[in-house]
Design a protein around this ligand. Structure first.
Ligand code: PLP
Length: 440
């Protein structure tokens, strides 16, 4: 076993990475002259520079250096179908032939809306260009309809680049200036106490929650917690919004169907347009009717324009995506994810490092954690998270041809098979053999 220290290992790993990826380095330096930080999507930045990819097929990515990686990130869940899925490709090629951007209604948006509403048990929906925009719209609608101002959200939540709440104590300075109450996630007692506090709840417009916090580390809410939120919303007249932008892939009807808890509104995005830009917000007809310009009952009518709301490539790709995603296909992918997570945790136990390295998640989505494990108190983990250990692992995986998010996030696709899972496990085990001593 090597006796090298963590900092020596990290320093060697960074040197190897730099010398293996000269084209990516130069691309990053060139882009940095015009894009601050060399990118236009902060989550993709990774020090000392991110890898530049030039092509992707199935579950592999090819870098500018010509290296091929097994993709375990898959566009942060939007790439659920794998790269260049043949059916989606053909659909997009068809659109390229017939034209896109009509400045008019296309033949696909109504069909996609039907598919989504039926799949997730939503009465009416509208499309946007991103999950961020979907959540912004859902909150705005909730405020208008209730005539109230406060929004209950949770520490660790990510609802988009203008709606980020890394902890109960901090939120992004870029957040939209709503009056947020940032509560602890999965804390039933907090919510029960809040419900008794009529001063806090009388102005409550909405409760916005992920049923599993994705960016926050793949921590799932308990059913009791979600049920308590539903009770709070019902008792106070607030609108319950489930952000299923990431989680809707975890069950054929989304996690809301899995838990059997129906929110007033749902937001969606990511994979649902087959990998093209997409967002969606929807819910009860009595809420969504504010966008019905044909209504004649004298009720409120709000405008929701948006140049690319019905962008034809996304609408068409979305229709095909829903056809591909049968219950069986989805369930198989999620079962494979359950296996990977279980076997990774077993490996951590085998090498006796489970208090410093472990995996959380649901189905095909998971996060590897490095730090001091505090069972049942994941908020504590955030405070003692070890970035160096996580970084060492990331460099190890990437140098061995396995690509995942720097923060340890993994998302499978419908193209992943047992052999790919075994490769992930094998490279992880090699890491544990080489570096298990720094995880003791
Ligand atoms: C739960 C959740 N909501 C919203 C968003 C924002 O979606 P988008 O990146 O499409 O704006 C994300 C993105 O990661 C997300 O995970």
């Amino acid at each position: 076993m090597t006796s090298r220290t963590l900092s020596e290992g990290l320093s060697d790993a960074i040197s190897d990475y730099v010398s293996s990826n000269p084209v990516s380095k130069s691309n990053h330096e060139d882009a940095s002259q015009y894009l601050p930080g060399g990118n236009t999507r902060s989550v993709l930045y990774t020090s000392p520079f991110p890898i530049t990819f030039v092509s992707a097929k199935g579950i592999t990515l090819t870098s500018a250096e010509g290296c091929t990686y097994l993709d375990f990130l898959n566009e942060y869940t939007a790439g659920l179908f794998g790269h260049s899925n043949e059916d989606i490709k053909r659909a997009i090629q068809g659109i390229v032939e017939t034209g896109w951007g009509f400045g008019g209604i296309g033949q696909w948006e109504g069909r996609l809306a039907r598919g989504i509403c039926e799949r997730f048990g939503i009465e009416r929906c509208r499309f946007t260009n991103s999950g961020t925009e979907a959540n912004l719209m859902a909150i705005a609608v909730a405020k208008v309809i209730t005539g109230r101002k406060k929004i209950l959200v949770f520490g660790g939540a990510y609802h988009g680049s203008l709606l980020a709440f890394p902890s109960t104590e901090s939120q992004s300075p870029l957040n939209v200036p709503h009056e947020f109450i940032v509560a602890p996630y999965n804390d039933l007692q907090y919510i029960q106490a809040l419900q008794q506090d009529s001063t806090a709840t009388k102005d409550l417009a909405a409760v916005l929650v992920e049923q599993m916090q994705g960016a926050g580390g793949c921590h799932a809410a308990s059913r009791e917690f979600l049920q308590t939120l539903k009770t709070l919303a019902t008792a106070t007249g607030a609108i319950l919004i489930f952000d299923e932008v990431m989680t809707s892939r975890l069950h054929p009807g989304g996690l809301q169907a899995y838990h059997g808890i129906k929110p007033d509104m749902t937001t969606l995005g990511k994979y649902l347009a087959g990998g093209s830009s997409f967002g969606c917000f929807g819910g009860k007809e009595e809420i969504m009717r504010v966008f019905d310009e044909t209504r004649s009952d004298g009720g409120l009518i709000l405008s929701h324009p948006g140049t690319f709301n019905n962008n034809i490539i996304s609408m068409r790709a979305g229709c095909v995506a829903l056809e591909i995603l049968t219950d069986e296909v989805l369930e198989k992918m999620n079962a494979l994810g359950e296996d990977l997570r279980k076997e990774l945790n077993e490996l951590c136990e085998k090498y006796g490092v489970q208090e410093k390295m472990w995996v959380t998640g649901v189905g095909s989505l998971m996060a590897l954690h490095f730090g001091e494990r505090k069972e049942g108190q994941w908020r504590e983990y955030v405070k003692v998270k070890s970035t160096d250990l996580g970084d060492l692992f990331w460099f190890w995986m990437v140098q061995n041809g396995v690509y995942l998010a720097r923060r340890g996030f993994v998302a499978l696709t419908i193209g992943h098979r047992r052999e790919h899972i075994e490769r992930f496990l094998e490279v992880t085990e090699e890491f544990l053999k080489a570096w298990g001593h720094v995880l003791q």
